[in-house]
Design a protein around this ligand. Structure first.
Ligand SMILES: Nc1ncnc2c1ncn2[C@@H]1O[C@H](COP(=O)(O)OP(=O)(O)OP(=O)(O)O)[C@@H](O)[C@H]1O
Ligand SMILES: [Mg+2]
Length: 500
């Protein structure tokens, strides 16, 4: 094999893939230079994951060719991909919860030529891979007991344990904290320095500009362009992905009349997690909640909903003290919480889109005991259009949708509930930039209609761009509060890190 640096590490030519009637990719070409970090970008459903699953042997191509270091290869299953030293970290978790970390890392491994597996040697290999990713994980731990972020590093260890020369990462940071992301970036750069070619997928622009050398853009399953990152800016990249220029990402904020708070919390406390948290939200207001991971922002909202138990504190809804014991009661009172890990426990993946969207709202469409199919169908169709859910039709099962489109279905389902208080936790995670803009607009519309919105996000620009007021948390306490006009990246971050 020619590994002189002149030959392409990977060349995919004329690749097409269809799933029944859905043409996921048509005639796509993609080239990776040895040792580069190559971003693969495009809107939800553009075909990024599908292209990488063809490379990883999860799917087989309808037509097209793949060459690795100048030689055409045939990849029809994951083992063949591994033989060509291709490692893939998939968008959805692929680990088996009931197995140990070591067994997961070694799963799918090729036994030696006698068909033997040398247990001791294998364990050493797994350990070596874990050491490389520097994840503080016990080799013999049961995988299901690990937090998602640790699982992600185990996935990466698994992908590189085969000495991958081409490493694909499909949205690896969507479950990582800021510190973990930095850790991952260091690892990626180390691998790059060792000559590994990396294909990197993310919807987070900052990451692409920080990490990547080149970028290929797909749109609706077709190839758009490949550019050098240093020759393009955000606006240019958004233009390539969406095919349109975008003037304003965030909706305009109008001067609002002061109103009586819709939701007020006083002295919320949970030992060791948060203490003495008080704030209020008015109807029509979007209150941004910012804090580093571990600051307690999601925990506060979870206990508000009685998902976690609260030790002390009072909650008032429309001036009246309420006592919520179960999430169900909160929902009935008109408070909903769209959690950040909706992807894993919020959706019924095996059911069609329409069922998912309407499950939470059936009551509202039920008139005198029966469900008006027409009304329901209309609401669902409108919501799908608004959020630009990319699917063949509403009867498609959710698990066949691209990652970002699954998120949109979840969001649609809750938006239709039309709550008084809506807490959205990381609402745009994994969602493409065009849809982000749409989600910001919808959240603003809900507020304009009188909903009190609490928006939690770890993307600071998003919090700054959307909120009327920003409450900052640090180590379980409210560190301060700023009206949007006074909030900047600097002063919010300073507060969030315990500075002045
Ligand atoms: N197993 C499948 N069966 C049917 N259709 C599928 C399947 N997998 C993907 N698709 C369709 O192929 C298209 C491309 O999906 P893909 O997952 O590659 O998008 P993506 O670019 O990775 O999007 P995202 O950013 O949301 O992850 C979508 O229209 C999707 O619905
Ligand atoms: Mg994807």
């Amino acid at each position: 094999m020619n590994r002189d640096g002149k030959t392409l590490a990977l060349e995919m030519k004329g690749v097409s893939k269809s799933f029944g009637g859905v043409q996921a990719l048509s005639n796509v070409s993609f080239q990776v230079i040895p040792g580069e970090i190559h971003a693969l970008m495009g809107e939800n459903g553009a075909g990024k994951s599908t292209l990488m699953k063809l490379l990883g042997g999860v799917y087989t191509m309808t037509s097209g060719t793949i060459s690795v270091f100048g030689e055409e290869v045939h990849i029809t299953n994951p083992i063949e991909a591994a033989e060509h030293r291709i490692g893939v970290v998939y968008q959805e978790q692929s680990l088996v919860d009931s197995m140990t970390v070591a067994d997961n890392i070694l799963m799918g491994r090729i036994p030696n030529k006698f068909g033997w597996i040398d247990k001791k040697k294998q364990l050493e290999l797994a350990k070596e891979a874990l050491d490389t990713v520097q994840a503080d994980v016990d080799l013999l731990a049961e995988t299901g007991t690990l937090p998602v972020s640790k699982k992600q590093f185990v996935e990466i260890a698994k992908a590189i344990s085969l000495n991958a020369e081409i490493l694909v990462m499909d949205e690896p940071t969507s479950v990582l904290t800021m510190t973990e992301t930095e850790h991952l970036f260091k690892l990626i750069r180390r691998l790059q320095a060792q000559g590994v070619s990396i294909i990197y997928i993310s919807h987070r622009m900052e990451e692409i500009f920080e990490l990547c050398d080149r970028c290929t853009v797909l749109k609706d399953g077709t190839y758009v362009d490949t550019v050098n990152i240093k020759d393009i800016d955000r606006r240019g990249l958004v233009g390539l992905m969406t095919g349109r220029t975008i003037a304003d990402i965030y909706p305009k904020r109008e001067q609002r009349e002061k109103a009586a708070p819709l939701l007020e919390v006083k002295g919320l406390t949970k030992k060791g997690v948060f203490s003495d948290v008080s704030f209020q939200v008015e109807p029509g207001e979007i209150m941004g909640m910012y804090g580093l991971v571990g600051s307690g922002r999601s925990e506060v909202c979870r206990s508000l909903m009685a998902i976690d138990r609260l030790e002390s504190g009072e909650i008032f809804l429309k001036g009246e003290k309420i006592n919520i014991k179960k999430p169900r009661e909160a929902i009935e009172k008109g408070i909903i919480y769209i959690s950040e890990d909706r992807k894993y426990d919020g959706l019924f993946l095996r059911l069609p889109i329409e069922t998912n969207i309407s499950i939470s709202t059936l009551k509202r469409y039920a008139k005198a005991g029966f469900i008006s199919n027409k009304k329901e169908q209309k609401a669902i169709n409108e919501m799908m259009k608004k959020l630009q859910v990319k699917a063949a039709n509403t009867r498609q099962v959710v698990s066949d949708l691209s990652g970002g489109n699954q998120q949109k279905v979840m969001l649609a389902m809750w938006i239709l509930v039309n709550a008084d208080v809506m807490i959205v936790d990381e609402p745009t995670r994994g969602v493409d930039v065009g849809t982000k803009i749409e989600i910001y607009r919808i959240i603003r519309e809900l507020a304009d209609a009188g909903t009190a919105v609490i928006m939690i996000s770890s993307e600071l620009p998003e919090v700054l761009g959307c909120s009327d007021r920003i409450v900052v948390m640090h180590e379980g306490k409210i560190a301060g509060e700023l009206p949007w006009q006074d909030a900047t990246e600097e002063n919010v971050l300073l507060m969030a890190t315990g500075g002045e």
